[in-house]
Ligand binder design. Structure first.
Ligand code: FES
Ligand SMILES: [Fe+2]
Length: 362
């Protein structure tokens, strides 16, 4: 927790955030793993440039291992993502800059300079920063900090034979910050308003009794609600009544950027929704989604579930994108009015973000 003195500053919701606020968000979020690309989308034999938390990075698979480095050549700062993968002087694959052919190995060290005079050594400063990389859940994850605060959150349903996982889904980026996208999934009191007839019913608008607690690196929330029958958990099977079913949600927020929601029906069915955010910039966030179910395991039925999720996400997108300011305003601004106990999961999520100094709290 920050011990810096509190200084009250005015934030106007429709203004762009200050550089200081953006920097706080970027530096706070940089200490976590972020998924940036499906493994299958990394082109074979070529580098791939992208942006993470406002930082340009380049991915390349060198000798079978994905590496991530700053997308900037040390020579004259051309983007390395324009370059080529080639065999370096020691036979190991390296990334070659397109401008003058400088070559970088998987540690970011420059190992070849075509213009160097014979007998001259490559300058020791000729290197580019590299970042931590993992491949997990069919995604490439990058951490911009050498010491991630937490490991990548678990997704046990993906490897559980009792579950049928759907395909990895990549949605077009939302004009929002990553915490706002996560909060859109953590929030349940919007169901009757944004998802009427799909996830909510306007005869059931009272907030459920949320249990919220921390468990290791997760913020947990749990509640039971009456929800319209739908493919997630309860099909109507042509039976019109009852229209609502009791569904229990157990949510695991891998603070700050991943959420897994488990929906349990009263007859033992479980439906898992997994969302991992990719904060491209403070106001642009790509989302990766995957669902899994332990019933109706026929792969031919996957599309029914995907179609349902497409509807739900299309309902959420304009509302989340409309929220201002883009960066979640700290509690001290009183710009927003979270209600107790209705918004308890969101309040506790934000409290943790502030502890992690992802937001400017002074
Ligand atoms: S700018 Fe990259 S080799 Fe010159
Ligand atoms: Fe929603």
């Amino acid at each position: 927790m920050s011990t810096k003195p509190v200084e009250r500053r005015r934030i106007r919701p429709f203004d762009a955030p200050s550089n200081e606020e953006i920097e706080q968000y970027y530096s706070g979020m940089s200490r976590f793993w972020h998924p940036v690309l499906p493994v299958a989308s990394l082109p074979a034999g070529q580098p791939y440039g992208l942006e993470l938390l406002g930082e340009k990075i380049v991915l390349a698979r060198l000798d079978g291992k994905v590496v991530a480095m700053q997308d900037l050549c040390r020579h004259f700062q051309a983007q390395l993502s324009l370059g080529e993968i080639m065999a370096g002087p020691d036979g190991q694959q390296c990334l070659m800059c397109k401008y003058h052919g400088w070559q970088y190995d998987s540690t970011g060290q420059c190992v070849g300079i075509p213009q160097l005079l014979p007998g001259r050594e490559i300058p020791a400063e000729a290197w580019v920063p590299t970042y931590l990389v993992q491949e997990r859940y069919d995604l490439i994850w990058v951490c911009l900090d050498e010491h991630p605060t937490f490991d990548i959150p678990e997704f046990p349903e993906l490897s559980d034979p009792a579950f049928r996982p759907g395909p990895l889904r990549v949605y077009e980026p939302w004009s929002s910050s990553a915490p706002r996208a996560i909060m859109g999934a953590l929030d349940d009191t919007h169901f009757p308003w944004v998802h009427e007839h799909t996830l909510g019913d306007r005869s059931q608008v009272a907030a459920p009794d949320h249990k919220v607690w921390r468990e290791g690196r997760y913020l947990m929330s749990q509640y039971s609600i009456l929800q319209p029958r739908n493919v997630t958990i309860s099909q109507t099977d042509g039976k019109a009544e009852p229209a609502l079913d009791t569904v229990t949600y157990t949510n695991f927020v891998g603070v700050p950027n991943v959420i897994r929601l488990l929906k349990d029906s009263s007859d033992g069915k479980r439906y898992a929704i997994w969302l991992a955010t990719y904060p491209i910039r403070y106001n642009l966030t790509q989302t990766f989604w995957r669902v899994a179910r332990n019933y109706d395991l026929d792969p031919a039925h996957d599309q029914v579930y995907e179609d349902f999720e497409d509807i739900v996400r299309a309902q959420d997108k304009p509302v989340v994108e409309s929220q201002r300011p883009w960066l979640l305003p700290p509690f001290w601004t009183h710009l927003e009015m979270p209600l107790r106990p209705a918004d308890l999961p969101l309040i506790e999520y934000q409290r943790w973000l502030e502890e992690l100094e992802i937001m400017l709290t002074v």
